[in-house]
Design a protein around this ligand. Structure first.
Ligand code: SAM
Ligand code: SF4
Length: 659
């Protein structure tokens, strides 16, 4: 029986090994996975290991074959457990959860939205602010009590908290069976398989039911962490990047994105910026860029499954670049490439050329090669080194959204310097002017909208610094802004070197003040849209319409139209403690592909402008509302609400008429 602190061996049965690698399209030679030790620091030798296949340099363009579909999972000696997966934090975590779900479903696991009944509970965690971590600690506390009744449940902590806290997390919460950092998520099926097998081999766990001293015996612990002190070298990052296989093996099906028709695609991972307050470079490791062919093929597969809106993800997305002359291919898979370090300050990618895919090139290629993607977005942009080449491509390619999420963090140059952001307020505002001069064209229905992030209460921030931040907001005129109270994060430079000397009460006051300022600005930005005509991508019934149609509220309509995906296995997402002023990316919106039962009054639909502003519109008389869903419809804006716009259809082209 495994006991607390006991070290188990990393063992996969031959069948599960072959199955895992078959999932990634490696069907021929199945290499040996290690049999010990279980604690994986760095990455395990894998089929891509340089020992097995010497690296070879491949010239552009790369050719990658879509991984072959996985064979049916082999029979298991135990019933397949059901998994509850909860996601905390950013879009990158949401995407990680989606990929993890796909990889676990492919080996036969089922998902449930019912944490109480689940056999496996997984938390995909965020460490960016303390509050997001506190939520996970509280969930784990509940799991510890639950495990007294159900000792067989397996608990896993994935993502940034696992990487940041490492095995200290298990010491504090022995209920945890699996720790898997964001750089090791490709190994989760194997880790879970081992946790479940050791659990079934030991036949459950001894439990001390004395609640004053609960000791829950767990299955043999499974740990896969990158090790936050070892940022990989460029060669190692390329040679060992089995994580790329997780993205490459993404399960794409109409059911996954059927209701939202919107998907994230990762283009870079990690971060090299080391802003002094931020844990991301430590938890997600060095910045690496995925091969463009992998990204474009993923977009194509998503488009084929019905996705019409893609958001490209990266911490500093505009710094994407892939230099083909130095790319490495291992085991038939081109490897991601570490970002170059260079002195910034340019307004065009200095490495552009035939052998390089710059961010501007990538955007243009996705736009041109995947024409059924109606909306192409990207987050998050870094204010420095945002090239005119990118702005030109955005201007000249109609399906690239004129929307930028470009955090400033502070309006004080002194604070920006302490944050190690690498730009001044003046440079930031110059960038916004430059972006607007290229892209802000309300007269043709294509305004540029901009969203920001601000941290209030960074150490030593004075009232004068804060007043400068208010000034920045007034000049930036964001559509919306995420405002965060500074949260000292152990391991970061600010935590180690600068006392958190702004009292909580002052942080709270500044936070509220900025929210109020931004709300006023957001309302003014919305008012500016009145009278303009914009393309609005119609996503589904508005919240108001849904309420109207809920049978329990009206008693009139029997058809249930749900804002949620029918698949109750969708991972739930719990944001951290960000306050967003103005209409923001996280606002709920609705979509349905179901037939909409006619009602006497006009049916109100909701959609978004390319600038991510929510618009409500009534389906015109004689037009079937469902025929508008999933289309970009020209809408004249007639009014505005605090978080949305109201409009009317001006061009009901190609919409189905009702009879
Ligand atoms: N890479 C993006 C950038 O730098 O623009 C942002 C990514 S970060 C995960 C998201 C936001 O969290 C940041 O823009 C910042 O405002 C906020 N954030 C990060 N660390 C924080 C901390 N220690 N306390 C408060 N907010 C923080
Ligand atoms: Fe964190 Fe700065 Fe990197 Fe953004 S750019 S992820 S804030 S270190």
């Amino acid at each position: 029986m495994a006991s607390l602190g006991e070290v188990a061996e990393w063992r996969l049965s031959a069948s599960s090994k072959s199955h895992l690698w078959a999932m990634f399209g490696f069907t021929s030679q199945i290499p040996h996975l290690p049999t010990s030790p279980f604690a994986i620091r760095g990455t395990i030798p894998a089929p891509c290991s340089p020992n097995l296949h010497p690296p070879r340099v491949q010239q552009a363009p790369s050719v990658v074959s879509t991984p072959t579909p996985p064979p049916p999972p082999p029979p298991r000696p135990y019933p397949m457990p059901s998994i509850y997966l909860e996601t905390f934090g950013c879009q990158m975590n949401e995407l990680d959860s989606e990929l993890v779900m796909g990889s676990l479903k492919a080996v036969g696991y089922a998902f449930t939205a019912d944490r109480e009944r689940a056999d496996v509970v997984l938390y995909n965690t965020c460490s960016v602010r303390e509050r997001a971590e506190q939520k996970v600690w509280s969930r784990l506390g509940q799991d510890r009590l639950r495990k007294l009744d159900r000792p067989e449940i397996v608990v896993g902590v994935l993502g940034c908290m696992a990487e940041r806290d490492g095995e200290d997390l298990i010491k504090r919460m022995p209920v945890v069976d699996i720790l898997c950092g964001p750089g090791e998520l490709d190994k989760l099926p194997g880790l879970l398989d081992n946790a479940v097998r050791t659990r079934s081999m030991t036949g459950g766990f001894a439990t001390d039911t004395n609640l004053t001293r609960p000791t829950v015996m767990t299955s043999a612990r499974q740990v896969a962490l990158q090790g936050n002190t070892s940022r990989r070298s460029a060669t190692l990052a390329a040679a060992e990047d089995t994580l790329e296989l997780l993205d490459l093996s993404r399960a794409v099906s109409p059911e996954d994105h059927g209701m939202t028709r919107s998907a994230y695609v990762r283009i870079t991972r990690g971060c090299n910026k080391f802003c002094t307050y931020c844990v991301v470079p430590f938890t997600r490791g060095a910045e690496v860029h995925r091969p463009p062919r992998h990204i474009i093929d993923e977009c194509k597969r998503l488009a084929q499954s019905g996705v019409v809106e893609i958001t490209l993800l990266g911490q500093t997305v505009n710094h994407y670049r892939f230099e083909h002359g130095s790319s490495v291919t291992i085991g038939g898979v081109m490897q991601p490439q570490k970002g170059r370090s260079y002195k910034g300050g340019h307004t065009r990618d200095p490495f552009a050329g035939a052998q390089t895919t710059t961010f501007a090139d990538l955007l243009a290629q996705i736009h041109d090669e995947v024409p059924s993607i109606q909306r192409l977005r990207f987050v998050t942009s870094y204010p420095r080194d945002f090239g005119d080449d990118v702005l030109e491509v955005m201007r000249d390619h109609p399906r690239i959204c004129r929307y930028l999420h470009v955090p400033a963090q502070s309006g004080s140059n002194r604070i920006l310097s302490m944050m190690n952001r690498g730009y001044t307020v003046e440079e930031y505002l110059d960038f916004l002017d430059r972006a607007r001069s290229f892209l802000h064209q309300p007269q043709i229905g294509r305004p540029l909208t901009i969203a920001g992030d601000i941290i209030v209460g960074f150490p030593t921030e004075t009232d004068e610094d804060f007043a400068l931040t208010i000034g920045l907001l007034e000049q930036a005129r964001y559509k919306n802004c995420f405002i965060f109270k500074y949260s000292p994060r152990p391991g970061t430079i600010a935590f180690d070197k600068i006392a958190d000397d702004v009292p909580e009460e002052v942080k709270r006051r500044r936070n509220n003040k900025l929210l109020a300022v931004q709300n006023t600005i957001s309302a003014a930005v919305s008012r500016d849209f009145i009278g303009t005509t914009m393309g609005v991508f119609i996503e589904g019934l508005s919240e108001r319409e849904l309420k109207k149609r809920r049978p329990e509220r009206t008693g009139l309509i029997g058809l249930t139209i749900s804002a949620k995906r029918p698949d109750d296995a969708k991972p739930t997402s719990t944001d951290g403690d960000a306050c967003c002023a103005g209409a923001c990316e996280d606002d709920s919106h609705t979509l349905t592909t179901m037939a909409i039962e006619p009602v006497a009054t006009a049916v109100q639909l909701s959609g978004r402008t390319e600038g991510d502003v929510i618009v409500h519109v009534d389906a015109p008389p004689g037009i079937a509302p469902e025929s508008m869903i999933g289309q970009v419809v020209q809408i004249r804006i007639t009014d505005c609400r605090p978080l949305s716009l109201i409009g009317e259809v001006v061009e009901p082209v190609s919409l189905t008429t009702t009879h």
